[in-house]
Design a protein around this ligand. Sequence first.
Ligand SMILES: O=c1[nH]cnc2c(O)cc(-c3ccc(F)cc3)cc12
Ligand SMILES: [Mg+2]
Length: 215
Amino acid sequence: HDEEFPPRILDHVMKNAIKGDVTNVIDVIDKYCWSVEIAMNVGDVKGAILDKSFLEASPKNVLEIGCYCGYSALRMSRLLKEDAKIFTIEASSQYADVAQEIISFAGMEKKVQILRGLSDEVLPTIAEKCGVRTFDFVFIDHAKELYKRDLIMLENLGLIRQGTTIMADNVIFPGCPDYLEYVRNSPKFECTNYPSKLEYCENREDAMEKSIYLP
Ligand SMILES: O=c1[nH]cnc2c(O)cc(-c3ccc(F)cc3)cc12
Ligand SMILES: [Mg+2]
């Protein structure tokens, strides 16, 4: 991926969005990505699917794996109920720096906490670090080859509970076949697929997969 996109989108947001207006920041990012350059945000079309599942879950404790520039964290933060919080794991310090700036610019720094590091290094201590026992909603949107490993880690660490909603991006493109096979064949997950398009594209198929944990 173009390592230089994050600073460009940060600069564009600072210059063109309304400080403290999270909906406008999201809109400015989407307009930029449709018109200037594509970036790997979940985007507006799949973002609407994420929004709907998020509202249905009405979660108190939210975990995101893969923050990137903070776009999906902002989407979820604008739908958070009182005293609910989002914890988002980001391995790239450059992405985390940009995400922190964008999240703060949008006025959501109290609702979104970025945890810097690799998911398999952050997850084992996240419960006591964040004062959370289990997560009510999980959005997986990082490296596709880590989806299955990290879901199993969430189960083994007891970080998900009866009824936790897990949404996964990119289950078609780039695709995560081992993850899909795992959740769809496991009796512990109730899965629903949401066909869509790759972010900011009209003609490339992608999909989101919702898995409800029922141990
Ligand atoms: O690496 C990714 N992590 C999370 N989400 C992604 C995502 O939504 C899209 C893509 C992506 C998009 C176009 C392409 F030609 C190749 C990969 C990567 C990631
Ligand atoms: Mg994605």
